[in-house]
Design a protein around this ligand. Structure first.
Ligand SMILES: *[C@@H]1O[C@H](CO)[C@@H](O)[C@H](O)[C@H]1NC(C)=O
Ligand SMILES: *[C@@H]1O[C@H](CO)[C@@H](O)[C@H](O)[C@H]1NC(C)=O
Ligand SMILES: *[C@@H]1O[C@H](CO)[C@@H](O)[C@H](O)[C@H]1NC(C)=O
Ligand SMILES: *[C@@H]1O[C@H](CO)[C@@H](O)[C@H](O)[C@H]1NC(C)=O
Ligand SMILES: *[C@@H]1O[C@H](CO)[C@@H](O)[C@H](O)[C@H]1NC(C)=O
Ligand SMILES: *[C@@H]1O[C@H](CO)[C@@H](O)[C@H](O)[C@H]1NC(C)=O
Ligand SMILES: *[C@@H]1O[C@H](CO)[C@@H](O)[C@H](O)[C@H]1NC(C)=O
Ligand SMILES: *[C@@H]1O[C@H](CO)[C@@H](O)[C@H](O)[C@H]1NC(C)=O
Length: 477
């Protein structure tokens, strides 16, 4: 009896210790040509004691890999589904049935689904009014479906919003308000969230603010104590995060929801593809952020009430993300595409270094480069062609491979294309200018990658002899 009590006590103590660090999670996106296999990603999460993960869809292989892991999960519904979910209660019911119910009751403990993110930044200014008319109807129908499935007590419905949903013309948080064209829908959404005790999910990007706002300095964005503070009446702002967060707090108050709970759904710093995007700057930002969150000091408008949860954006680099906002979009990962830590901070694992993904299976150690013995007149145009498909973001100004001179940059483009095509021999042709090599062309910080084996590419590599014969003649140039 006493022993039992003791065990319960230990259990409760670990639980409360755990819940203090539990507040940090990660976003796990899968817009990659060769995604790290879900089982490896879950091992990576566990090895680093990451206890919360936010997804952008409800991919069955991803959800199955999370089953029994004990990790809290946010599943996502893409914006493209909002229209049908608004129009039809049946569509919402079948979404819940197909993408939620079966994972919750799955064998091995099931998936601990905590939130459904309905839409992904549907209020984003660049989307115009595309999704806005469907948001409230879609969340309402999903909520009704959850109640019908008796899941409404376990799973909350949320709508991730980019920080461009609100603004302050003067830059002062006390003058914050939502964009006027979303005001009406936002009131309906906040009323819904409030009624169901769901938090407001906001995505805050000090890196983007730095790029857009001349008044903001790099040190202010990085939580550096040396930054000039900004005074707003009697409040003093020491970092860009608090500034944006409190602009949201004022915006919520202005619509009548001063106490609305806030979760930071995405926050991060890219490591490549732009000026001020590097691993060392990202590390400074993350360490500053985590120290700020762990201090529990909150913000000037919500002292001692930090966001209840914060999801780092992002876990891994994704080479298929849209680059309309910039080349940095494919470099948000704390880890590279293949699960290697780019820098270190406390994601849940404490003061030791982050643990890398283990036993990652790669394609063969082969790269495609430009053949210097050929006439290279067309090399640049061939490289540009390759770049229209491949990932050349590391070649842009300020990026890790910007320095490598011509024709090294051509080789970079050729190799990216070749790897994305599973190293098939014909993807290293380029009008006869391509050459397959076993010598890693990487220089300094500029990494010429070898892609991960995916289920599609495995079969190719099960026949090394065939490959060897194919590659030999090219190799011996
Ligand atoms: C949303 O769904 C409702 C109910 O079916 C419908 O009346 C309304 O027209 C829909 N909204 C839009 C913008 O299609
Ligand atoms: C989820 O459910 C809907 C509706 O049943 C379905 O169309 C969709 O493919 C499912 N899967 C994902 C990953 O969303
Ligand atoms: C930038 O700073 C100036 C001077 O302090 C101020 O007048 C202006 O409103 C600020 N603009 C923004 C967008 O913060
Ligand atoms: C938004 O709605 C609130 C509450 O009705 C109102 O006070 C505010 O002036 C509105 N803002 C805009 C920009 O329309
Ligand atoms: C990069 O950081 C420097 C140093 O603070 C700053 O002057 C510059 O404006 C930043 N540039 C961009 C594009 O963010
Ligand atoms: C802001 O206020 C603090 C203390 O109230 C003061 O020390 C600081 O100089 C002020 N900063 C600016 C930029 O006015
Ligand atoms: C790249 O160029 C920058 C200056 O533009 C220089 O500081 C740096 O050392 C160069 N790196 C390499 C690897 O050549
Ligand atoms: C490679 O560098 C050359 C010379 O700087 C430039 O003209 C060309 O556009 C670059 N190619 C790529 C793919 O970046």
């Amino acid at each position: 009896m006493l022993l039992k009590l003791y065990i319960v006590l230990i259990f409760l103590t670990t639980l409360s210790l755990h819940s203090r660090v539990q507040a940090i999670g990660v976003n796990w996106g899968t817009s990659a040509s060769h995604p790290l296999p879900p089982s490896k990603v879950v091992e990576l999460l566990k090895a680093n004691k990451i206890s919360k993960v936010k997804l952008f869809d409800a991919d069955p292989t991803v959800l199955e890999s999370l089953s029994g892991s004990g990790i809290d999960v946010t599943v996502g519904i893409p914006n493209s589904m909002l229209k049908s979910l608004n129009a039809s209660k049946k569509a919402a019911e079948s979404w819940v049935h197909n993408n939620l119910t079966r994972y919750l009751s799955d064998g091995g403990g099931g998936v601990k689904i905590e939130y459904i993110a309905v839409g992904d930044e549907p209020f984003l200014q660049s989307y115009g009014q595309q999704f806005q008319p469907f948001i409230v109807g879609a969340v309402t129908n999903i909520q009704v479906a959850l109640i019908g499935a008796k899941l409404a007590n376990n799973v909350k419905v949320v709508v991730p919003c980019n920080s461009d949903a609100y603004l302050s013309e003067s830059g002062l948080p006390s003058k914050g308000h939502f964009r006027s064209e979303i005001n009406k829908t936002m009131i309906e959404l906040l009323t819904f969230l409030n009624k169901h005790h769901s938090p407001f999910f906001v995505n805050i990007y000090p890196f983007l603010t730095l790029r857009q706002n001349k008044n903001i300095s790099l040190v202010f964005s990085l939580f550096e104590p040396t930054a000039h503070s900004l005074n707003d009446t009697h409040k003093t702002y020491k970092n860009s995060f608090d500034l944006s967060y409190d602009t949201l707090v004022t915006s919520l108050s202005q619509l009548g929801f001063p106490e609305m709970e806030i979760v930071v759904g995405q926050i991060g710093w890219p490591t490549d593809g732009a000026v001020n995007a590097s691993s060392s700057i990202a590390q400074t930002f993350m360490k500053g952020l985590v120290t700020h969150l762990e201090s529990k000091m909150g913000t000037p408008l919500r002292p001692k009430k930090p966001p209840t949860e914060t999801y780092i954006f992002s876990l891994l680099d994704e080479d298929q993300r849209s680059i309309t906002t910039g080349n940095f979009e494919r470099h948000w990962g704390v880890f590279t595409f293949d699960g290697q830590a780019k820098y270190h901070f406390n994601l849940g694992q404490g003061s030791r270094n982050l643990v890398n993904a283990q036993n990652v299976e790669y394609l063969l150690s082969r790269w495609c480069v430009v053949n210097n013995n050929k006439d290279l007149t067309d090399a640049t145009s061939k490289a540009l062609e390759a770049c229209s498909v491949a990932d050349c973001t590391a070649l842009s100004p300020g990026s890790s491979c910007f320095n490598i001179s011509w024709p090294g940059n051509v080789s970079y483009a050729f190799n990216s294309y070749y790897q994305q095509h599973d190293q098939s021999a014909d993807s290293c042709d380029f009008g006869g200018l391509g050459l397959i090599t076993t010598v890693d062309p990487s220089v300094g910080n500029c990494r010429y990658i070898v892609e991960i084996q995916t289920s599609d590419s495995v079969s190719l590599n099960r026949t090394p002899l065939f490959w060897w014969r194919l590659l030999m003649p090219l190799d011996l140039h």
